[in-house]
Write a protein that binds this ligand. Structure first.
Ligand SMILES: Nc1ncnc2c1ncn2[C@@H]1O[C@H](COP(=O)(O)OP(=O)(O)OP(=O)(O)O)[C@@H](O)[C@H]1O
Ligand SMILES: [Mg+2]
Length: 255
């Protein structure tokens, strides 16, 4: 049976709105492309320029540099190389998640162990933060992909460090939720205006002007959301009280 509209006016209106939809989609694609190019040019070229600059100075002036200056240049090159590595990892992760090529490897995950491993993996990144862990249901375990879950948690912790203020106070709470388990990461930083919260999970979104001073591509939360979708769960954000943000991972637990 043919469901297409036959009436001439309906056909014209339908074609008109289809054309408007296509134009809107093209505009969205164009805007995403622009955001991506600007993120790539800033986040790829800036650290690369620093690595090259530092190494060139070391090469050209190697006999004249004090050991302290050499150490400083070396540290800059290494720091910027780490930044590049994280950027490239994020771009590749996003591409893999979007192409559907990442399939969860389910295993028995002991929540507290996975959280501790994710924290340990942050290494020196948490050195200047005050981290509190609240294990609401000791012994909680469920079937999920520990690696993917830890990656989602690391992306939230990375943000809590970056946007949590001078000496970030970070609380990681985990336990049973209504239909599964939850892991939340809260901080006491500046937070995000309520009307911007939903947009945080879109690719290449960076909210505050000063965010451009902090290393980042605006991909972390989009990756986190894509991971939670693959795991059949969710990630959400809300304001922390009295200040800062709370990000919550919800993990379904098969009964
Ligand atoms: N805990 C937080 N407090 C305040 N703002 C936050 C927090 N987490 C994220 N944001 C805001 O959301 C934006 C998007 O976060 P997201 O993790 O996607 O990207 P990023 O941290 O800028 O870069 P990337 O994670 O790719 O290195 C951030 O730029 C920041 O403006
Ligand atoms: Mg981030």
């Amino acid at each position: 049976m043919n469901h297409w509209p036959r009436n001439k006016q309906v056909v014209e209106e339908t074609e008109g709105s289809a054309a408007a939809n296509t134009a809107w989609l093209n505009q969205e694609r164009e805007s995403m492309h622009r955001k991506m190019l600007s993120a790539v040019s800033h986040d790829l070229k800036t650290p690369l320029a620093s690595v090259i600059g530092s190494l060139e100075v070391m090469e050209r002036m190697k006999d004249r540099l004090s050991p302290e200056k050499q150490r400083e240049l070396f540290a800059v090159a290494l720091q910027e190389a780490y930044r590049l590595d994280s950027f490239v990892t994020n771009i590749l992760d996003m591409a893999k998640l979007e192409s559907g090529s990442i399939k969860p490897q389910r295993e028995n995950v002991v929540c507290a162990v996975m959280v501790r491993q994710a924290v340990a993996r942050m290494g020196h990144r948490l050195a200047h933060s005050d981290v509190t862990m609240l294990d609401e249901n000791p012994g909680l375990a469920f079937s999920s992909d520990a690696m993917l879950l830890a990656r989602a948690l690391n992306l939230l912790l990375d943000n809590a460090v970056k946007y949590g203020g001078e000496k970030p106070a970070i609380t990681i709470a985990f336990g049973r939720a209504e239909e599964g388990a939850y892991i939340s990461v809260s901080d006491e930083g500046e937070g995000v205006p309520a009307d911007k919260v939903d947009s945080l999970f879109c690719k290449y979104t960076r909210i505050a002007k000063q965010d451009t001073q902090v290393a980042g591509t605006g991909l972390g939360l989009a990756i986190c959301r894509a991971i939670m979708t693959v795991l059949g769960g969710t990630v959400s954000a809300s304001a922390n009280s009295p200040r800062g943000m709370v990000f919550t991972l919800k993990i379904p637990v098969a009964s």
